[in-house]
Design a protein around this ligand. Structure first.
Ligand code: NAP
Length: 305
């Protein structure tokens, strides 16, 4: 009998992962916020996964955090700012040798969760897949990509990666997951805040290449000072490549702000600025960008953390 997957947070990524695992015949349980969300989910009878023209309703078991069955393998798919609280709610249900897989963007939240459950193995993940919620319990798989998984404490790749393979979830074990997360954070810091401030699609930043270049220089220095020189290699070139390749897209931060949703700024630009301060590295452009973005969010009544 394969180990059950518990998935904490039935948003875009939680539904995308749960649907593919369940479709492959693996035992999956969604952990929803509360009884009201569980009732709404049960009325929908499952998760609908939309891939291109095709949509499929996949019935998946669900429960609230208060359920009392033990959790052996937990995939955390909340936003970075919700991860700590959500894991705390179910920490008492974790088996002593339970493993957690943390799918949050940016940096900071993973360590907070790992510190909360020191007995348990925490695997950090970084994904380039794209998904969005068309409505509650209905997710669109919008962009093929890949998920890197790794353990900052070292150790072998887990056996269950084979289950991802079987479920068609493109993935790779990464011996240096922190560098991958830093690289993604740097790309995000160079692109996303400016798309919000200039209110443009990613391609609109081609008109601001000087500003982008200055940020990339500071970010490269920061990556080197933080012990991730490999994450700094050709950063400016990759940022420009991403801007070109995704010219028509609105960044996730731009979408969050437009839709009046809280951003993950503290775990992206905020984390970069705090790391620069810790390393006594002058990063005036990153600091100024954070200030401008915070003011912008405040003006729109959105949290700036
Ligand atoms: P999302 O759609 O907002 O989903 C987050 C889910 O967490 C929501 O369903 C929310 O519940 C749930 N949640 C929050 N607190 C909870 C709690 N205490 N108990 C149970 N559930 C709780 O977010 P997402 O887009 O999937 O993103 C998740 C993470 O993946 C983020 O860090 C994001 O940056 C990263 N990521 C996303 C994508 C993407 O394409 N979406 C790609 C790469 C990485 P409610 O539904 O009740 O609000």
């Amino acid at each position: 009998m394969p180990t059950p997957w518990h998935i904490l947070g039935a948003g875009s990524m939680g539904m995308l992962w749960s649907a593919r695992l369940a479709r492959a015949g693996l035992p999956v349980t969604l952990i929803l916020r509360n009884g009201a969300r569980l009732q709404a989910y049960q009325a929908a009878q499952g998760v609908t996964l939309v891939e291109g023209e095709h949509s499929q309703l996949i019935p998946i078991r669900a429960q609230t955090p208060e359920a009392d069955e033990p959790v052996q393998r937990l995939l955390v798919t909340c936003k970075a700012y919700d991860a700590e609280h959500a894991v705390r709610q179910i920490a008492g249900r974790l088996s002593p040798d339970a493993e957690l897989i943390l799918l949050q963007n940016g940096l900071g939240s993973q360590q907070i969760v790992a510190d909360l459950v020191p007995r348990n193995r925490c695997i950090f993940a970084s994904s380039t897949e794209g998904a969005f919620r068309q409505s509650d319990w209905r997710v669109v798989f919008a962009g093929q990509g890949q998920t890197w998984l790794g353990d900052t404490s070292g150790g072998e790749a887990p056996q269950w990666l084979e289950e991802l393979q079987r479920s068609g979830i493109a993935h790779q074990w990464s011996p240096n997951i922190l560098s991958r997360l830093w690289r993604k954070l740097a790309l995000n810091c160079a692109i996303n805040p400016l798309t919000v401030l200039h209110d443009c699609r990613n391609g609109g930043l081609q008109a601001h290449s000087g500003e982008v270049g200055t940020l990339c220089t500071e970010l490269s220095r920061l990556l080197e000072d933080c012990g991730h020189p490999e994450a700094a290699i050709d950063l400016t070139a990759e940022v420009n490549r991403v801007i070109q390749a995704t010219a028509n897209n609105f960044s996730s931060m731009h979408q969050d702000v437009t839709q009046g949703r809280r951003t993950e700024i503290s775990y992206l630009l905020g984390y970069a600025c705090a790391a620069a301060a810790n390393h006594q590295l002058a990063a005036p452009h990153l600091q100024a960008l954070q200030q401008r973005l915070s003011n912008h969010l405040k003006q729109r009544g959105l949290p700036c953390n």
